[in-house]
Design a protein around this ligand. Structure first.
Ligand SMILES: [Zn+2]
Length: 341
């Protein structure tokens, strides 16, 4: 019996030596260490042996068992190390391959122009105030002195929603009411940037979606002179120190009096050219003194408070500054255009 145990150990170790991979190793384990292995059968049957043989066979059997377990563990670790090394070799990164260039994004020209506008007005003490894109008819028209049926509503072609009183804002002016109602009776100096929407034919001059920057100042003793000073300062910082300004009488329902703000043409300095349509002047904003009814709707007493407001299009500002002749370039996502700024 002891001799048989020696043979089992010898054969098993020899077979283990020849095992090439982890799959074969598992097969070896089942054959030599499993429940049905010869070794385990002998160990199970020790009790059936004559009493005097039992201690020697039991001792030797356990020795063989421990030896096989140790050999199995050693072999398993060696094979695993080998497979790992092979894997590392196979997945090695070739650091000499040339890299793939990652394209770098840019800030959109509209955003860039908006940031320039924020910076200029920030110097003059204007904070940015944001309002919602989807508005109630009440804020977009009624509180801005355009009750239902008012002819001035025809100045804007409006996107209506399935709810009769909800529209996509046609201008940033409803933000004036929100700002006034939030800050009343404190003085206000804010700019209101944002997207506006109009149900219009898309042409080189008009888009159905565009940005607008509205400005609003409300306080005591604010006059038209303050408006003119702010507009001139803006034009000079944006377009150059020697810009001249011109104000033309105009009409907006929410300002009284209302003006169009022109500056001398940056291309021809007033001589007349294609960009200024040979007038020498470029329109950069609409503006005026806040209408008493609008002040009242915002919560301010028009007998005590006054204010001015203006509105401009950053795309139009960028078109003038960079001599762009078609507004459709801004939102058609053509990288040849966007990459230039
Ligand atoms: Zn010109």
């Amino acid at each position: 019996m002891l001799k048989q145990l020696d043979e089992i150990q010898e054969q098993a170790l020899a077979a283990l030596e020849a095992v090439p991979d982890l799959a074969e190793l598992e097969a070896w384990r089942i054959k030599h260490q499993g429940k049905k292995s010869t070794l385990n059968q002998i160990l199970r049957d020790v009790g059936k042996l004559p009493r005097e043989e039992r201690p020697a066979v039991g001792k030797r059997g356990n020795e063989v068992k421990v030896a096989l377990e140790a050999a199995y563990e050693a072999k398993k670790q060696a094979l695993e190390r080998g497979e790992l090394a092979e894997l590392l070799e196979k997945d090695r990164i070739d650091v000499t391959l040339p890299g793939r260039p990652a394209p770098l994004g840019r800030i959109h020209i509209s955003t860039k122009t908006l940031r320039e506008i924020y910076a200029i007005f920030a110097q003059m003490g204007f904070q940015v105030y944001t309002a919602r894109d989807v508005e109630l008819d009440l804020y977009n028209f009624e509180l801005l002195n355009m009750p239902p049926g008012h002819p001035a509503r025809d100045m804007w072609d409006t996107f209506y929603t399935t709810r009769e009183d909800v529209v996509l804002r046609t201008h940033t002016s409803p933000g004036q009411i929100h700002a006034m109602r939030e800050y009343c009776p404190e003085p206000i100096r804010v700019i209101l940037p944002g997207k506006c929407y109009r149900y219009e034919q898309v042409t080189a001059r008009s888009e159905f979606m565009f940005y607008q920057v509205e400005g609003l100042a409300v306080g005591k003793r604010i006059t038209m002179t303050d408006l003119k000073g702010v507009m001139a300062e803006f034009a000079r910082q944006m377009f150059g120190a020697d810009r001249r300004m011109r104000f033309r009488a105009s009409y907006f329902p929410f300002t009284e009096p209302s003006v169009e703000v022109d500056m001398d043409c940056i291309i021809c300095s007033g001589e007349g050219c294609r960009v200024c349509k040979y007038t020498g002047w470029l329109e950069i904003a609409g503006a005026g003194m806040v209408h008493p009814i609008v002040l009242q709707n915002g919560g301010y007493d028009p007998a005590v408070y006054s204010g001015f407001a203006f509105g401009m299009g950053p795309e139009r500002i960028a078109m003038l500054k960079h001599d762009i002749d078609d507004i459709r370039y801004f939102f058609s996502n053509d990288l040849r255009f966007l990459g230039q700024f």
